[in-house]
Design a protein around this ligand. Structure first.
Ligand code: PBG
Length: 331
């Protein structure tokens, strides 16, 4: 209930910094951040990604250094994505099952170095491993087949869990994969490995720089509209989330973030489940472009967006800005 002017002057509580701090409804802390990292082969390698200024791929030793940095900054989780060497990519993405692939090497190295001081989240989808850049298996017509892909994703998830992954994050949008992965984790001795499902993942134009980062962009023919969601649909997102919760997801993700705040808000109102937003590569690159063009201030733009995710209902945010934001938040 709000009174009327001048009894009520909403500017009163805004007049001083101490008062704004006291009345602030939403807080962002480093513990809200998940840091996506790109793994590349070799030793002592850092490869800057042109379309993601300030973000690099790191060889496993560099990934371990980033993991230690995350711990020291208070970031609870890192998310791993591999840039699989071209010669190891194939039609069926078999490298995803190799227990010594880049992803598994990075998981083991992080766990050896920091143990349970840091969670390791791993992406499940075939696009970093396929020669065609699609997230699943493709038939003669170019269609990404569902059930055969799910069987392969299950093996990929178990392979990551065996290497020590703490959170499995399927980003492929196949139907039924959460249940299949949950059952396989239970049966393979991983009852406490979580699933964060990319539940509402849209076929978005904001993923371009990511595809450069994992080297799938140049390989991808066509698009992913046959499995990722239509940006026009919101009711359908509620069905995706409901199914993934029923199938055993511990938390759900909405992706991209900023253009889908309404989806985050609706999921939050409707389901009692932790929600995460992925501030995707294109969102990051737009802030960088605004900064470079003198259109806006990086830090202010970033903090405003992060608080928007939390205000909309997110428990946390995947962002390439995680270390930068954590430093700002830690003062
Ligand atoms: C692939 C995957 C994508 C992202 C995360 N996992 C790209 C895609 O679906 O093509 C995008 C992340 C980003 O843009 O930052 N399964």
């Amino acid at each position: 209930m709000t009174g009327s002017y001048p009894n009520t002057r909403l500017r009163r509580t805004r007049a001083h910094g101490w008062s704004r701090a006291l009345h602030r409804e939403t807080l962002v802390t480093p513990a809200d951040l998940i840091w996506p990292l790109f793994v590349t082969s070799g030793k002592g390698v850092e490869e800057p990604i042109a379309t993601l200024p300030g973000v690099s791929r790191w060889s496993v030793d560099g990934i371990v250094a980033r993991a230690k940095e995350a711990v020291s900054l208070g970031i609870p989780v890192v998310a791993l994505f591999p840039n699989t060497p071209r010669e190891l990519r194939s039609d069926d993405g078999a490298e995803a099952h190799n227990p010594d692939n880049l992803m598994c090497q990075a998981i083991r190295a992080i766990k050896d170095a920091v143990g349970n001081d840091l969670g390791v989240l791993t992406d499940v989808a075939l696009d970093p491993y396929t020669s065609h850049g699609q997230d699943g298996l493709v038939d003669d017509t170019g269609y990404v087949v569902n059930d055969a892909t799910v069987a392969v994703l299950v093996d990929q998830a178990v392979n990551q869990a065996n290497a020590g992954a703490d959170v499995i994050a399927p980003s492929d949008m196949m139907d039924g994969r959460i249940h299949a992965i949950r059952m396989a984790l239970e049966m393979n001795g991983h009852p406490n490995v979580q699933i964060m499902s990319y539940a509402a993942k849209y076929a978005s134009a904001f993923y371009g720089p990511f595809r450069d980062a994992v080297g799938s962009g140049g390989l991808l023919k066509g698009d992913k509209k046959g499995y990722q969601m239509d940006p026009a649909n919101a009711d359908e997102a509620m069905r995706e989330v409901a199914l993934d919760i029923a199938e055993g997801a511990d938390s759900v993700m909405v992706k991209p973030g900023l253009a889908y705040l309404d989806i985050i808000y609706r999921v939050k109102q409707r389901f009692d489940v932790p929600i995460f937003a992925y501030q995707v590569s294109g969102e990051y690159a737009m802030i960088e472009a605004a900064q470079a063009a003198g259109i806006g201030d990086r830090d202010a733009l970033l903090m405003e967006k992060l608080v928007a995710f939390k205000r909309a209902g997110c428990a946390g945010v995947l962002t390439y800005y995680a270390p930068h934001a954590a430093r700002l938040l830690n003062g």
